[in-house]
Each structure stands twice: as C-alpha cells, then as structure tokens.
Design a protein around this ligand. Structure first.
Ligand code: NDP
Length: 293
C-alpha cells in the first residue's frame, strides 16, 4: 500500500452552505420584523473607487437585499472630506429606518477611519469595531462583534468542533480578526493562545491546538506538520498568488493529511463574514425596535 492510500483525508467544512443556512435564518428574522412594521435597514457607505471595496459593497448589498433588508448604499467620491463623512454618519445615526451602518474600509488616504468608526452609533455598528463594542467583547457584555471572528465561531459550532475546555490557537492578533476571535473563543470557555510575528517556535505552539485558526495573510504559511492529528483548522487567510490562484494561510493539501476537518479557501470562512454581517444587522434591528428604545 502506498503512503497516500493510508493517509486520512480531513473533512471539508463547507462555509458556503453553512453561510446559506445562516442567511436563511436571518431572512426569517427580517421577515418577522417587517411583519411588525419594522423592516430592518442597512446603510452601506462607500468612499472612493477602490475596486476591491466596490466588489465587497456590491456583494454585501446583494446579500442584504436577498435576506430582506432595506439597503441604502451611499457612494461618496474620493475627495469627500472628514467633516462631510462625519455628517453622513451622524445623519444615519439619527435615521430610525437605519439599524445598521457599515462604512467600507479602508477609507481613502486623508480620512481618519478610527474617528469615523467612533462616530457611528455603537448600537448600529454592525462591523463591531466601535470602542464601546470592543469593550463589550472584553467585558462579556451585550454588543455587536466583528463579523469574521463571529463567522469562525459559528463554523466551529456547525462543524461540531466543541470549544469549551479545548485548546484554541489563533495565529494573528489584528483588531479585525485575531484579537476578537481569541476573546470570543475565551468567552466560550476555550483555552486560548494568540500567536503573532514574534511568537517563538510557532509550529510547536500550533501543534498543541485542538482548533487552529490562521489569520495571518501569508500564503500557505501553516504547514501540514504544524497540525495536531485530527485538529479542526479554520483558514481565514485570503491570498492571491502571482499566478492568480487564491490560497489561504494554511498549506491545504498538506493539512488534509493531518487535520480532522478544515475550511477550504475560497468557500470556507469568507462566505461567513457577510452572513454574520447580516446576522449582526438583524440583531441591531431587533434591539433598536424593542419597545421603549
Ligand atoms: P493583519 O495584517 O492586520 O494581521 C496579520 C497578523 O498576522 C498580525 O497579527 C501579524 O503579527 C501576524 N503575522 C504576520 N506574519 C506572521 C508570521 N510570520 N508568523 C506569525 N504571525 C504573523 O491581517 P488581518 O487580520 O486583517 O487578516 C489576516 C488574513 O485574513 C488576511 O489574509 C486577510 O485577507 C484575511 N481576511 C479574511 C477575511 C474573510 O472574510 N475570510 C476577513 C478579514 C481578513 P504582528 O501583530 O506581530 O505583526
């Protein structure tokens, strides 16, 4: 028997179909709100003409409309001033038909993204980036949390990867992915290790993980022999190779031989990000539409 025939192959975690299920559940929540005369509204603000941002905004707009949100996309030109953008955000904060506000990042040079995010009403901050929501995540209180990390937790749940009591290793410590993900996993009673570019002997730390999550932005950095046999691997990375191929942060073909389950790239974590954005918007709409708010 050859080596390849004796190797196990990891189960693929199908982010596309899990995301579809999440979006269907969100559509039901939207329909319930609409039936009460409170159709949930999402405002998406796009500044400038960055091609990647245009694609992201188009995808979010489409997915939100399909789920039953009233979507308002505001396109502002690249010369928009900080004051103008702030006034747009403030108007959306006041608008009772808008429950979620998303300002597509990155913003053109010259605009202060952190100040814009701070200006968003935290109850409408569906990207979960406002400092009040970051604090809520740390404190374990009610808030809105970043979509990609929420998507990773949802994938674990739906793929049957229990978090409580298990060792989770997150590679990457960005405010968008690594840090919030570590806090969400901790809130679910995982034992969490966060790694970064200065971590000593990264392969050895990764090998301790029952659930290994790579959010680095380095093509195929995590090798197959960094993975504990049977571990669940979530690959957040999206990297375009010079030949045009899209790969994750994990060497997928190698990982298949060691992992118990793994997300593909594309079609793993990616689709979950928009699904969780919609879930956050439905949550914001439910909270803002509650009696007395
Ligand atoms: P950042 O560049 O903000 O953060 C990267 C992190 O990786 C940093 O914490 C950095 O460490 C760490 N890192 C870099 N090099 C190494 C190394 N050699 N060893 C260990 N750690 C390292 O990226 P993001 O968190 O925003 O995104 C990460 C990846 O996820 C990207 O590929 C991005 O495209 C993708 N992504 C995918 C999304 C999706 O929907 N699927 C959504 C968001 C992001 P240090 O802090 O020390 O510099």
């Amino acid at each position: 028997m050859t080596d390849s025939t004796t190797r196990a192959t990891a189960r693929s975690i199908d982010g596309k179909s899990i995301a579809r299920e999440v979006r269907q559940a969100v559509a039901l929540r939207c329909a319930a709100l609409a039936a009460r005369g409170q159709p949930p509204g999402l405002a998406v603000v796009l500044v400038g003409d960055d091609p990647a941002s245009q694609v992201y905004v188009r995808n979010k707009d489409k997915a939100a409309q399909e789920a039953g949100f009233q979507v308002r996309t505001l396109k502002l030109d690249a010369n928009t001033t900080q004051a103008k953008l702030l006034s747009v955000v403030e108007e959306l904060n006041r608008d009772r038909a808008v429950h979620g506000i998303l300002v597509q990042l990155p913003l053109p040079r010259g605009l202060d993204a952190a100040a814009i995010v701070r200006a968003i009403d935290p109850r409408k901050d569906v990207d979960g980036l406002h400092p009040e929501n970051v604090a809520a995540l740390v404190l374990g209180s009610e808030g809105l949390f970043p979509c990609t990390p929420l998507g990773c937790i949802e994938l674990c749940d739906r793929a049957g990867a229990r978090l409580a009591g298990r060792r989770v290793v997150v590679v990457g410590r960005s405010m968008l992915v690594g840090k919030p993900l570590a806090l969400l996993a901790l809130a679910r009673d995982a034992t969490v290790t966060v790694c970064h570019s200065k971590t000593a002997d990264l392969p050895a730390v990764c090998r301790e993980a029952d659930i290994l999550i790579a959010a680095v932005g380095r093509p195929e950095m995590v090798r197959g022999d960094w993975i504990k046999p049977g571990a669940t691997v979530l690959d957040v990375g999206i990297n375009r190779l010079p030949d045009g191929r899209l790969v994750g942060d994990v060497a997928h073909a190698e990982a298949l031989a060691t992992a118990g389950a793994i997300t593909p790239v594309p079609g793993g974590v990616g689709p979950m990000t928009i699904a969780m954005l919609l879930a956050n918007t439905a949550t914001a709409a439910q909270r803002l539409s509650a009696p007395g708010v």
